[in-house]
Design a protein around this ligand. Sequence first.
Ligand SMILES: [Zn+2]
Ligand SMILES: [Zn+2]
Length: 413
Amino acid sequence: MLQAPCTPLSELSGAVARLASEEVNGVDGHELGDELVCMRRLMDRLEAEFVRRLERFDRGRGALSEGAVSTVSWLRATCGLTGGGAADRVRMARMLVGLPRTTASFHAGRSSFANVALIARLADEVGADTVAGVEETLVPAAEALDPGRMRILTAFTRHRLDADGALEADNRDHERRWFSCDQVFGGAFVLRGELDAENGAVLKTALDALSSPSGADDQRRGSQRRADALVELASRQLRDGRLPAAHGQRPHLTVTADAATLRRFRGAPPANVLGVGPVHAETARRLACDSVLTLATVAGNGAPLSVGRASRTIPAAIRTALGVRDEGCRFPGCDRPLAWTDGHHIRHWADGGETRMDNLVSLCRTHHRAVHEQGWEISLAPDQQVVLIEPTRVGLRPPSGSRRPRPADVGAT
Ligand SMILES: [Zn+2]
Ligand SMILES: [Zn+2]
């Protein structure tokens, strides 16, 4: 029987098969750690071999003879690479030819694929000849730094070697900026976009300042905290009235609701957020808790008969006193400062609750929502201490920004 010739690739394939058949459950952590580091090095070296062969394939227009329009598109179609991953490898194939020290470090497994890709990108931007002149400093850095720091180093090098080119690239990034905030079917909004480095940093700095956990019990994921921070940023601008007026009015959210809706009468129509659509009565009650209110009387056909003067549901003097007493969100376990809070009517004004200190409590937006939409009950004891009752309705989840009740407590009625 003929035996297939033993090639390096068939040997490698055999070695991978043997690795796959190894039992790993019993292996201790240190040993696994060493194995993972070793495998990563081997993968980087294998990438170096991939790139070396790709250089020959690309130079010989192998992709064209295979019927693809470019080496990148051939890689995407046949090797399962993303556009970015394919472009990185083609760029490396073309640039590393002129960068002997980088190539040697890559092949020896001393520089990672990610760091070599950054050097190749730099070479593509300023020319391989120019980068060859600074390999002496770049290669030791590539062997020591993680890709995040290496990216910063190559960016600095770029500015040093070719400041005008870097400015041009910044301008291109700036021109490419876009952002969309679209409401989809079902009512939710989907946000997408791209910002240049400077403006992205402006946004990220502001979001970071507002997205720290609200306390040790904050259960929100990082992505949820960033989303809340973005809304917080906008809410503050709206509330503080710093945004430019349009049609003679400061921009604000307009909610219209029947008195019956605010009182949660069965069969009452949903409330409406202007330009957005219907919202649940409980959401309208939350928004109305601490807002500017205009009462209108309407005829049976919906035409307004009279419109009253706008007034704050919590007058400025009471709000000040509330701030002095509460100092921040009063939901147990929350440390959000006063600037993050709404005044919550413990007994809603729509139900006849009075706007008095003993009927008001400051809640951050996460916990104001927890009380209205998620069924938590909050009240004040005669000594002004907060009394909290967990939701009893099945299916209600604990507020994401606070301590979570024990599983046995959830939904137990
Ligand atoms: Zn409220
Ligand atoms: Zn809170």
